[in-house]
Design a protein around this ligand. Structure first.
Ligand code: PPE
Length: 305
């Protein structure tokens, strides 16, 4: 999706002009995929722009780095302040936010230990990730021929830049075959997640979503959705799901910061009732929660100003 520039990008403690936020061609992460990143959204609320669950996203950024073995040279508090300053500098009410910590210029080779660690935060306007009608019409999903990486190959719990080669292979394969998005299976054949979203299925009146151990990222939207679903009175469980659970689901949806809550209308051409009543209720509540319109979830909206 094309990027619309905004005035400033935060780089190592300073807000620099968008056009000047450049790095050297020999930046370590460009060659070896060693960076970690986040995807966050800010929404317009009655009290001004607010970043949805900013603290949890920055904590996960720190954890992603910990998993791959480096330490981000800015505290969680410093990066929260930096994110808010970056959003404020755009003048936008709502935007997508991309913090990235990467191994910088100065060292080459696979020993990451001597590398410098740089951090940047960029924001830009980003619309519906899986299409404007993803809630009502739903997305067509395909099980990927690509397997989600094993925990001992590339830890899927870390949002490492290099991990996303796997997601891109699956996404492009699905698009070329005429589908909207791919579902990734773990090496043991169980459902892990999608290329950039977690997945939920409803069967026997229980909403199920796969755990981190199945190769899923511990999604912050997944957590928000589980909270909302339980508050709506639904039975929600984190448990393994098999490919056939998808085919005969009563309803299914995917969720993520970029995709928000999007219904699934079919998996491998097996139709799923869409949009299901639970999906609709959850998607509507989520859309209000991120905009500070649900009192019980107001703490999730971290005001920029
Ligand atoms: N799984 C994967 C693999 C993933 O990339 C995301 C977010 C999620 C699950 C959902 O996580 P959360 O955002 O915390 O609910 N994907 C981000 C990047 C998408 C992109 O194209 O880049 C996002 O949604 O921002």
């Amino acid at each position: 999706m094309p990027i619309t520039p905004t005035p400033k990008i935060w780089m190592n403690g300073e807000l620099v002009d968008w056009a000047d936020a450049n790095i050297h061609i020999l930046t370590h992460t460009l060659h070896y995929g060693t960076g970690v990143f986040e995807g966050i959204r800010a929404y317009e609320t009655a009290d001004g722009p607010a970043v949805f669950r900013l603290t949890e996203h920055i904590e996960r950024l720190h954890n992603s780095a910990k998993i791959v073995g480096f330490e981000i040279p800015y505290t969680v508090e410093e990066l929260i302040a930096a994110t808010k300053a970056t959003v404020a500098s755009t003048g936008l009410d709502a935007c997508y936010i991309r913090p990235i910590a990467y191994l910088g210029y100065g060292e080459m080779g696979l020993n990451t230990l001597p590398c410098t660690i740089d951090v940047a935060i960029a924001c830009w306007p980003w619309g519906a990730y899986l299409g404007d009608d993803a809630v009502t019409k739903g997305v067509r999903m395909k099980i990927s021929s690509w397997t989600r990486h094993d925990h001992n190959t590339m830890p899927p719990a870390s949002k490492t830049t290099g991990n996303y080669v796997n997601s891109s292979l699956a996404k492009v394969e699905a698009l070329k075959a005429g589908y909207d998005e791919a579902i990734m299976l773990a090496p043991n054949g169980l459902v892990a997640e999608c290329t950039g979203e977690n997945i939920f299925v409803d069967r026997h009146d229980i909403l199920l979503t796969p755990p981190l151990s199945a190769g899923a990222l511990e999604g912050i939207t997944q957590h928000s959705v589980m909270t909302i679903a339980r508050d709506l009175g639904y039975d929600v469980r984190v448990d393994n799901i098999a490919r056939s659970d998808l085919y005969i689901a009563d309803e299914a949806f995917v969720c993520g910061t970029a995709a928000e809550v999007s219904s699934v209308n079919s998996v491998d051409d097996r139709e799923i009732p869409c949009p299901g009543p639970k999906t609709t209720a959850i998607a509507e509540t989520y859309a209000r929660a991120v905009r500070g319109q649900e009192d019980r979830y107001k703490d999730w909206c971290e005001l920029v100003g």
